[in-house]
Design a binder for this molecule. Structure first.
Ligand SMILES: *Cc1c(COP(=O)(O)O)cnc(C)c1O
Length: 219
C-alpha cells in the first residue's frame, strides 16, 4: 500500500480510539503536494476534501474528483476565482472579505459557506480575529445574504505549552458552542493540525486539517 495511504488509515485508527470517527472530518492540507500524490494518498479512505492555502495553487490543482476547501490567507481580489470551486472558506476574518465574498457569491447565484477564523494566540503573524471579536463578527457575517456561517476555524501558536494550547482549544470550543446555540447552520469547529489533532479532537474539534501527518515533512 502507498505509504501515505497507510498514514491516512493510521490517523483514522488513532481518531477511533478517542472519538466517533463519523463525527470528525479530516481534510488533507495539500500545499506543495501534486494532485496525483493527493489522489493516490486519499483514494479509498474517508478523506474527500483537499484544503489549499493559496488561490493559485488551488486553481492549478483543481479537480472535480475532490471537494476543495480554502484554508489560507485570502486577498479580496482573489475571491472571485474561488466561489465556483470551494465548499468552505475557513479563513474569513475581515469585514471587507465578507463583503467581497457576498458580492461574488451573489454574481454566481451561490450561497457561500464560510468559517470565521480566530487567531487564538493573538499572534501578529497570523490572520484571524480575536476571541473578543467573534460574536460581533459573526453577526455581521450573518447579515450577508449570500454567505452562510458554518462555524469557526481556530489557529494556534506553534510553540506553546500543552496546557496553554488546551486553554486555547477550550476557549475556541466555547465560542463555537455559543455561536451554535440554536443556529443549525453552525457545524464545524476546525482546529488541529498534524502535531496536535488528537488533542484538538479531545477538546471539541470536529474538523482537522492534516498535511505532514499524511504526506510527511514538507521539503
Ligand atoms: C499547512 C496547513 C495545515 C496543515 O499543517 P500540518 O502541520 O502539515 O498538518 C493546516 N492548516 C493550515 C491553514 C495550513 O496552512
Amino acid at each position: 500500500m502507498d505509504s501515505m495511504k497507510r498514514n491516512v488509515f493510521e490517523i483514522f485508527e488513532k481518531i477511533e480510539k478517542i472519538a466517533d470517527p463519523e463525527s470528525v472530518e479530516v481534510i488533507a492540507a495539500t500545499k506543495t503536494q501534486p494532485l496525483e500524490v493527493v489522489l493516490r494518498a486519499i483514494e479509498g479512505t474517508p478523506i474527500k476534501t483537499a484544503g489549499e492555502n493559496r488561490v493559485q495553487e488551488l486553481l492549478s490543482k483543481y479537480d472535480e474528483r475532490l471537494t476543495w476547501d480554502f484554508i489560507g490567507r485570502l486577498q479580496t481580489n482573489k475571491v472571485k476565482y474561488l466561489i465556483d470551486k470551494v465548499r468552505l472558506i475557513h479563513s474569513v476574518d475581515r469585514p471587507k472579505l465578507l463583503q467581497t465574498i457576498d458580492q461574488e457569491a451573489r454574481k454566481k447565484g451561490k450561497l457561500q459557506d464560510i468559517l470565521i477564523q480566530i487567531n487564538a494566540g493573538g499572534e501578529e503573524s497570523k490572520g484571524g480575529i480575536l476571541f473578543e471579536e467573534a460574536f460581533e463578527f459573526a453577526s455581521l457575517a450573518k447579515s450577508f445574504e449570500n454567505i452562510r456561517v458554518r462555524g469557526v476555524m481556530a489557529v494556534t501558536p506553534y510553540d506553546i505549552e500543552r496546557s496553554e494550547l488546551i486553554k486555547l482549544f477550550d476557549k475556541a470550543k466555547k465560542v463555537f458552542d455559543r455561536l451554535k446555540g440554536d443556529n443549525n447552520d453552525i457545524r464545524h469547529l476546525s482546529m488541529g493540525m498534524s502535531d496536535d489533532y488528537l488533542l484538538a479532537i479531545e477538546h471539541g474539534a470536529n474538523l482537522v486539517r492534516l498535511g505532514r501527518a499524511i504526506f510527511g515533512e514538507r521539503k
